[in-house]
Design a protein. Structure first.
Length: 570
RNA sequence: CAGGGUGUAGCGCAGCUUGGUAGCGCACGUGCCUUGGGCGCACGAGGUCGUGAGUUCGAAUCUCACCACCCUGACCA
């Protein structure tokens, strides 16, 4: 491809709307243009990247035995009413009416449609297992779209759905999809991690997320370097401390702590570490009465875990300041279990503490030397906090580290959640009607592009992994308009490289070198060959990899061979 | 949805306090010049100042309403 016949639209300055680096670079490089909030046009350069990602996803899905189909984006309400999600899904579901005032939605996902396809088609165990997928635009009316295509409302997703006669078959396909996803992200050249995940709203049991590792990622991942344990922090178990609770030594004393409202205030005021404090959080209970949660001062409450407690109302709701004031006679910031009559749940770490500091249920007062059992009744104990770096790994093989990631894939065992409500039945070998087992497997294709940039960039722009770069090689002539030698050499090189199967972008604009270099670096082309009169005097050209700081001088006659070896090698 | 912020040329911004008919940089067009890191000079094109209503002789500027976009939203115990 020649720049003169392509469409580059690079910007020197990033539009003000872009906050995160991948969004800024995608706009500056002209990969995408925003149409409206959370809705983007994929410009020609960006589309090349997207197509390369799609191609890899498609190849690996096909290789894993999945079969591609394409379902409609617009879906009738009847199917969603049947599954119960027309009511459940809420405002994220974009609802439409046709000219007859019939209800439709723009599909945010396709369990209903694929289930309808399969129940019409599949009658026998002989037709199972079946794994169907598509690569298609979804629309989810996010509360707050952000970060460009990373959290867009309209986005491209690869979604697959598998159907099985039994759980063993589901397990097998689930494993195949796990391996398939690992191959996809490996081929894309991304640093990623598969983590055990919460099943969230979709439900079902087994679930793994695939995260591209990046410091700016929205999700925190706990992993164990000494084993293969990895889990989303929402799920990662904080195991009980190995040491039992020490005996109480200190006496309970009321301390005047004027103006202290936060754990940080408290530590500064008493000059003690946060590990010796306990914070009390009040949430609404299932029975309508508040529940007091106790978490060590330096720990964070985990809302996903908390939401699974039977005593706690779903979704987890923090009690209002008014309710707290009425019940405790103190403001949030001075609360504690002493004298509290309602339900108390302590985190496992708190249950193993002695002589700690806690709010006294009176503004500006705390207790020091507080002890469970002695000063207030033994509370219920549960895992309700986020793990932190250094916590013991739940598999008992070392300690956890925390890193951040961007979720780009998610696989679920749905089991029979949809198949039973949607009547996905088949006849088994004995002629008995049974409900199918189901799995579903998603990849955010557009999000992968943003995540890749988030993970791979520098101050000059994007550094695309080779597999997803819009072009493999930038061919930059210097002074092409002036030097016939440069012009002829670069044209011949362009022909030879293209013939050798290399995806070349020839910058034939006859711009000044700085312009060409800056553009090719910004758009992230992983390799560059420069042809100038200076080098040609010695029969040489210049090669430089995007991520590397220095250029190499290569003999002109070896150029094609060298470039090929670099592209196929390392 | 709640809180905060911003809407002026394709992009980044100034002008608004104190009302008088819009400007800068980049990008774009033409010409000259230049060719190993966003070069220089000259000329030029491009704006219903988000929309509507109001105040005023006069509104980008003041008032009101609306719209769009961006940021933050358990971590507070």
């Amino acid at each position: 491809m020649r720049v003169s016949r392509f469409y580059l639209s690079t910007l020197k300055e990033a539009p003000a709307e872009a906050e995160v680096v991948s969004h800024q670079l995608m706009l500056r490089a002209g990969l995408v243009k925003r149409l409206t909030s959370g809705v983007y046009t994929w410009m020609p350069l960006g589309l090349r990247v997207l197509r390369k990602v799609e191609a890899i996803v498609r190849e690996e899905m096909n290789a894993s035995g999945a079969i591609e189909l394409l379902m409609p984006a617009v879906q009738p309400a009847e199917l969603w009413q049947e599954s119960g999600r027309w009511e459940q899904y809420g405002p994220e579901l974009l609802r439409l009416k046709d000219r007859h005032q019939r209800d439709f939605c723009f599909g945010p996902t396709h369990e209903e449609v694929v289930s309808d396809v399969v129940r019409r088609e599949v009658k026998s165990y002989r037709q199972l297992p079946l794994n169907l997928y598509q690569i298609q635009a979804k629309f989810r009316d996010e509360i707050r779209p952000r970060f460009g295509v990373m959290r867009a409302r309209e986005f491209i997703m690869k979604d697959a759905y598998s159907f099985h006669a039994d759980k063993a078959s589901l397990d097998e396909t689930y494993r195949e999809m796990y391996d398939c996803y690992s191959r996809i992200f490996t081929r894309l050249g991304l640093k990623f991690r598969a983590v055990a995940a919460d099943t969230g709203a979709i439900g079902g049991t087994g679930s793994h997320e695939f995260h591209v590792l990046a410091d700016s990622g929205e999700d925190a991942i706990a992993y164990c370097p000494a084993s293969d344990y990895a889990a989303n922090i929402e799920l990662a178990e904080a195991v009980a401390p190995a040491a039992p609770r020490p005996a109480a030594r200190a006496a309970l004393e009321r301390a005047h702590t004027p103006g202290v409202r936060t754990i940080a205030d408290l530590c500064a005021f008493l000059k003690i570490p946060a590990q010796r404090t306990v914070k009390a959080v009040v949430v609404d209970g299932t029975d309508g009465r508040p529940v007091l949660l106790m978490v060590r001062g330096d720990h964070e409450l985990n809302l996903v875990k908390t939401g699974k407690l039977e005593q706690v109302k779903k979704p987890v709701t923090f009690s209002s300041t008014e309710a707290i004031r009425a019940l405790f006679g103190a403001e949030p910031g001075s609360l504690g279990p002493l004298g509290f009559k309602g339900k108390v749940i302590a985190d496992r770490a708190v249950a193993a503490m002695a002589d700690f500091i806690i709010g006294a249920n009176q503004n500006d007062y705390h207790y020091t030397g507080a002890n469970v059992g002695r000063d207030f009744p033994e509370p219920a104990v549960a895992d309700i906090r986020n793990v932190v770096a250094g916590d013991a790994s739940p598999d008992g093989k070392g300690v956890l580290e925390i890193c951040r990631g961007i979720e780009v894939g998610h696989i679920f065992q749905l089991r029979t959640q949809y198949s039973s409500t949607m009547n996905l039945n088949f006849l088994d070998e004995s002629g008995t009607s049974r409900v199918m087992e189901m799995g579903c497997y998603g990849i955010g294709v557009t999000r992968i592009v943003a995540a890749a940039i988030e993970q791979n960039h520098d101050e000059r722009g994007i550094i695309f992994p080779r597999a997803m770069a819009p072009f493999e090689l930038a061919l930059v002539p210097i002074g092409m308009g002036k030097s016939a030698q440069v012009r002829e050499t670069v044209e011949r090189l362009y022909r030879d490289l293209t013939t050798a199967g290399i995806d070349v972008l020839l910058d034939d604009r006859d711009e000044r070198p700085g312009v060409a270099f800056a553009d090719m670096e910004l758009i992230g082309i992983p390799q560059r060959v420069v042809v100038g009169e200076r080098g040609l005097k010695n029969g040489s050209i210049e090669y430089q990899a995007r991520g590397s700081l220095k250029a190499e001088t290569i003999a002109l006659q070896d150029a094609v061979k060298y470039v090929k070896s670099r592209i196929c090698g390392d």
